[in-house]
Design a protein around this ligand. Structure first.
Ligand SMILES: Cc1cc2nc3c(=O)[nH]c(=O)nc-3n(C[C@H](O)[C@H](O)[C@H](O)COP(=O)(O)OP(=O)(O)OC[C@H]3O[C@@H](n4cnc5c(N)ncnc54)[C@H](O)[C@@H]3O)c2cc1C
Length: 470
């Protein structure tokens, strides 16, 4: 094909088929637009292929393995339990394939053209898409950029066969004897926990003074307790300063406080953050306004400074989360279709699939106070909940933060079993402007973990039935 031979005319071109891009494309198509979506890699983006879904599949496999081993605690004795990591990986891949196949069908079913290749801006209404030796041009009225992010590499620890990013760690088909994790954020802790449960000796080096930033200390404390039980060693204020890779191991030196310490492991997993994929899109050609960190600046309607170009997901400010990307994708598509949509981050949940799980939505107590609220709080433990006891997972609590003046729920934090699902009720409550009474008067099924939220709310109201008032 001759370069630039064809130009396809489109209403909307979406660049990047992750949870931001593919949702935006489907929504725009639902609203009557002629849409195409381009991706240089697999449909589903990081989330489906190298992020949320593969990591949660491995977390689930490791959890089941642990439960099988520890079944004797509840009177279930099994013989030798072992893990076939190759089979685990095959199963994980089958989950990924099912989901990416589903996304392809949804795109096609909504009439969205899927284009394989790498997009590069030519001007404000046109991109070139490179695929092998082919180059095609697409002319659009509107464009939504959703190109996501990639792992940050530390110069002292260049990625290699032994120094892995989360992408490679998720595909390991054997269990390392020793794993060194550099970075104690949620990705490092989730994957570190997986391999610790599967039998690896895991060490975490975290540069700041604590792991899992953004969550309250007493929540993180419970995760640390479990990590300790799994034999995970955590070093804080630990900065990896150099590395050496040999045929069968990696040696990392770190400054811990004012001392230097050496660590040796089969693999080193580096999870120190992600960088936005905005540097290879030709954005200079359209004078896109960016932050120092390479994020694209947008307004509440996902509009950039280039009038017909929108940006969503990991390449814009805010937490790098799949549900945030999808939410912004819907807003961008609706704005393009002329609807009065705009972003409202009031109730965006954050979840860590650690053990126990942690989830938070809305304001924490400290944040609410900092915003000038007089707050009342209520807290209830899973240890006093029938369902938690009957599933033998009793560590954790629900904490509710409300406005003292009118009882409106401002935030909820949960650490404990199924926190990732339980947080949905809290998100809905905050989104709807519900008060403590609204939740207390909602009949919660018994015996369920969700009753812990109701009990925390009753405690905030000062009439907890299953707890004694303060
Ligand atoms: C290990 C791990 C676990 C995670 N777990 C969770 C979780 O539990 N919950 C959660 O909410 N989030 C999680 N995340 C984060 C989540 O994956 C991201 O926030 C989400 O995928 C961002 O979506 P996106 O649409 O912005 O971009 P992405 O999913 O990154 O997709 C961007 C797409 O754009 C394509 N692309 C890039 N440049 C170009 C170009 N020039 N031309 C064409 N295509 C291009 C890429 O190939 C990619 O497919 C996790 C991430 C990781 C790494």
């Amino acid at each position: 094909m001759v370069v630039g031979e064809f130009t396809t005319e489109l209403d909307v071109l979406v660049i990047g088929a992750g949870p931001g891009g593919y949702v935006a494309a489907i929504r725009a198509a639902q609203l009557g637009k002629k849409v195409a979506i381009v991706d240089k890699s697999e449909v589903g983006g990081v989330c489906l292929n190298r992020g949320c879904i593969p990591s949660k599949s491995l977390i689930s496999a490791a959890h089941r393995f642990e439960q099988a081993k520890d079944g004797h605690e509840i009177g279930i004795n099994v013989g030798d339990v072992s893990v076939d990591m190759k089979k685990v990986q095959e199963w994980k891949q089958s989950v990924v394939s099912k989901l990416t196949g589903g996304v392809r069908s949804l795109l096609k079913g909504n009439g969205v053209e899927i284009i394989e290749g790498e997009a590069l801006f030519v001007n404000e209404n046109e991109v070139r898409v490179f695929h092998g030796y082919d180059v095609n041009r697409y002319h659009f009225n509107h464009c939504i950029i959703a190109t996501g992010s990639r792992p940050i590499e530390i110069p002292a620890l260049p990625f290699s066969d032994r120094i892995l990013s989360s992408t490679e760690a998720l595909t390991l088909d054997h269990i390392p004897n020793k794993l060194l994790v550099v970075g104690g954020g949620y990705i490092g802790i989730e994957l570190g926990t997986v391999f610790a449960k599967l039998g690896a000796q895991v060490t975490v080096l975290e540069g700041s003074d604590g792991i899992l930033p953004g969550f309250e200390k007493n929540m993180v404390q419970l995760v640390k307790k479990k990590l300790k039980k799994l034999g995970v060693e955590i070093h804080t204020n630990a900065l990896a300063s150099s590395s050496e890779v040999t045929d069968n191991c990696v040696k990392v030196t770190a400054k811990i406080g004012d001392k230097e310490e050496a660590f040796e492991a089969d693999y080193c997993l580096v999870t120190v953050g992600r960088r936005p994929n905005t540097d290879e899109l030709g954005l200079e050609a359209i004078s896109m306004k960016m932050t120092d960190r390479g994020l694209i600046e947008i307004d509440k309607q996902c509009k950039t400074n280039v009038p017909n170009v929108y940006a969503i997901g990991d390449i814009v400010a805010g937490p790098a989360l799949a549900h945030k990307a999808s939410y912004e994708g819907k807003v961008a598509a609706e704005v393009i279709a002329g609807m009065p949509s705009e972003i409202d981050y009031l109730a965006i949940p954050a979840v860590v699939f650690s053990d126990p799980e942690m989830a938070s939505v809305g304001l924490t107590e400290d944040q609410a106070k900092a915003e000038g609220y007089n707050v009342k709080t209520g807290r209830f433990s899973f240890g006093a909940n029938g369902r938690a006891l009957s599933v033998n997972e009793t560590d954790g609590f629900v904490k509710v933060v409300a406005d003292e003046a009118d009882g409106r729920v401002l935030g909820v934090q949960i650490v404990g079993p199924e926190a990732s699902d339980l947080i949905a009720e809290a998100g809905l409550a905050i989104e709807m402007g519900a008060t403590l009474e609204d939740i207390a008067l909602t009949i919660h099924a018994h015996p369920t973990l969700a009753e812990v939220t109701m009990e925390a709310v009753e405690a905030a109201l000062g009439h907890g039935v299953h707890s004694l008032s303060k």
